[in-house]
Structures are given as structure tokens and as C-alpha cells.
Design a protein around this ligand. Structure first.
Ligand code: C5P
Length: 225
């Protein structure tokens, strides 16, 4: 049985990939399955936490037992739901793959096929939700980000992770190497857990539940809930 070391701790987790509409039937999306975020929510609930899971598009994963699931579509919707959940949370985890850009003005009607060349799609930047949550952090609240880095060189992936941790200002950053069939759309994961204090812990290859346990162990060890 898992330890009940998150008993009563309020947790907000985001998961999945946002979809940014181009028109009523089309969107810009990404390959996130939501599995890592769902594993984080499930394991936290099993350890006694009160969990709100804000999920954008995911694979068909069901609702983890004892978790309050909020479904969203776009980055803007995810932003609102996470700000609301974070206002009452002790720990906030941004595991969602948020679109960095969205179409400026989604077409009101389905874009028609035509013989002329299509217009380019004008994009605008989405807000960095993690950075906003850090800026709005409650006293003592723990904020965790994820970083998916492509590339093979461990040193380069870690260096990017360190820079991102500083830039975002979160307490923990889970860095995982993606691409070549790693992390996205698969059952397992591996990476490093970086802390604002400078610790760097490798997370060996294993299930997404295993990575979730490693993160919750670290959070429990370093917080006084
Ligand atoms: O900068 P990058 O997208 O690599 O950072 C990834 C982290 O930032 C993840 O925790 C992701 O959920 C979060 N993020 C966000 N809002 C965005 C883009 C990423 O909160 N617009």
C-alpha cells in the first residue's frame, strides 16, 4: 500500500494537450496523451491528497478514483481553471502541454477548400500559465513545472532544464527527454528532477506512476504540510 503522506494536502494538476481552434472543426494541437498528468493525480489521491485534475485533450484514460476532473479545451480555458484550482491548492503541477501559440481569429465558419493558395494562418502568443501561477503563488505553495526537451545529449537537456527552472521560477522542474518515441504517447518516462535549491536527481526509466511517486516523495520530503 502507498503511504498516506499527502493526507488532506490540496493538489491541482494539469494534463493533456490544449487545442486551439482554426475554425469550428479544426484546431492546432499536440501529441500529449495526458498520461503523466493523470498518473500524478492518481498517485496523489492514493496517498491521501484532495486532487483537482484540469485536463485538456487526452487519450481515453477514464477518471482516476477520488479525483475532481475538470475538462478544458483551449489554453485560455486551462488558464482559468488552473488559476481557480491553484487559489485553493498547496501544490500546483503543470504537466499539460500548452500550445505556445493560437490562431489570432478563428474562422466563424468552416474554412472552404478553394483553387487558390490558402491564406497563411496568423498566430498570437498564449500566456505562460506556469509563470503566471508562480507570480500568483500563495505563501508556502509548491509549484512544479515540466520540460520536454528534444535531443540526445544528457548535458544539453539538463542545461536547458536548469535555464528553464530559473526562467519560470518554479520550485521543481521535471525534465524529460522527448522525441524518438520517448515520453509522448507512451506508457513510460524518465528524466531528472531539478529543484530551485539546485538539487538534480535522475529519475530512472519506469512507468509514469513511478515518475509521479518520485515527484511526490520529493515534495513530501521538502514541505511541511
Ligand atoms: O517553456 P515550455 O513550454 O518548455 O515550459 C513547459 C512548462 O510550462 C510546462 O510545465 C507547461 O505546462 C508550462 N507551460 C505553460 N503555459 C504555456 C506553455 C507552457 O504553463 N503557454
Amino acid at each position: 500500500a502507498l503511504p498516506r503522506d499527502l493526507e488532506g494536502v490540496r493538489v491541482a494538476v494539469s494534463a493533456g494537450g490544449t487545442r486551439e481552434p482554426l475554425d469550428p472543426v479544426r484546431y492546432l494541437g499536440n501529441r500529449s496523451s495526458g498520461r503523466q498528468g493523470f498518473a500524478l493525480a492518481r498517485v496523489a489521491a492514493q496517498r491521501g491528497a484532495r486532487v483537482t485534475l484540469v485536463a485538456a485533450h487526452t487519450a481515453d484514460l477514464g477518471t482516476p478514483a477520488g479525483v475532481d476532473l475538470v475538462r478544458v479545451g483551449t489554453a485560455e480555458q486551462l488558464r482559468e481553471a488552473m488559476h481557480a484550482a491553484a487559489a485553493e491548492a498547496d501544490v500546483v503541477v503543470m504537466a499539460a502541454a500548452v500550445a505556445d501559440f493560437r490562431p489570432v481569429a478563428p474562422a466563424e465558419h468552416k474554412i472552404k477548400k478553394s483553387d487558390r493558395d490558402p491564406d497563411p494562418v496568423a498566430l498570437t502568443r498564449n500566456p505562460d500559465i506556469l509563470a503566471e501561477l508562480v507570480a500568483a503563488r500563495r505563501p508556502g505553495q509548491v509549484v512544479v513545472g515540466f520540460a520536454a526537451e528534444t535531443g540526445d545529449a544528457e548535458a544539453g537537456v539538463l542545461e536547458h532544464g536548469r535555464a528553464k527552472l530559473k526562467r519560470k521560477g518554479c520550485d521543481w522542474l521535471v525534465v524529460n527527454a522527448v522525441g524518438d518515441g520517448r515520453a509522448f504517447e507512451v506508457e513510460d518516462n524518465a528524466g531528472w528532477l531539478l529543484s530551485a535549491g539546485g538539487s538534480e536527481t535522475p529519475i530512472p526509466h519506469g512507468s509514469k506512476a513511478h515518475l509521479a511517486s518520485a515527484l511526490w516523495d520529493a515534495v513530501v520530503r521538502t514541505s511541511n504540510f
